[in-house]
Design a protein. Structure first.
Length: 98
């Protein structure tokens, strides 16, 4: 949501490799219940819903970015070529400070 600027269900579904619609729906409901995101119904027919980060969700960004930077540095097997990458290389900027 934050890095890729998606806000709709189908955008999330197409951007996350290997996730099915049921799993995504559950995760979005969990984040909404935890007050990390809000859900806004744009239209009922066809159903169009937009999700947005709450202030609480935005407060997690630096933590998640630092975790991603750690994984990119120390777990190169997440890439097929097994090469490490920096957060800067992947995201085009440095992670937010804590």
């Amino acid at each position: 949501m934050y890095l890729r600027k998606q806000s709709r269900f189908n955008e999330f579904l197409s951007s996350v490799d290997g996730i099915n619609s049921n799993t995504l729906a559950v995760r979005l409901k969990e984040m909404e219940k935890g007050k990390l995101i809000t859900k806004k119904i744009l239209s009922k027919t066809p159903l169009r819903i937009e999700y947005a980060l709450t202030n609480k969700g935005s407060d997690l960004i630096p933590v998640l970015e630092q975790m991603a930077a750690f994984s990119l540095k120390h777990e190169p097997q997440i890439y097929f070529d097994k090469k490490t990458r920096s957060f800067q290389e992947v995201c085009g900027r440095n992670p937010a400070s804590l």
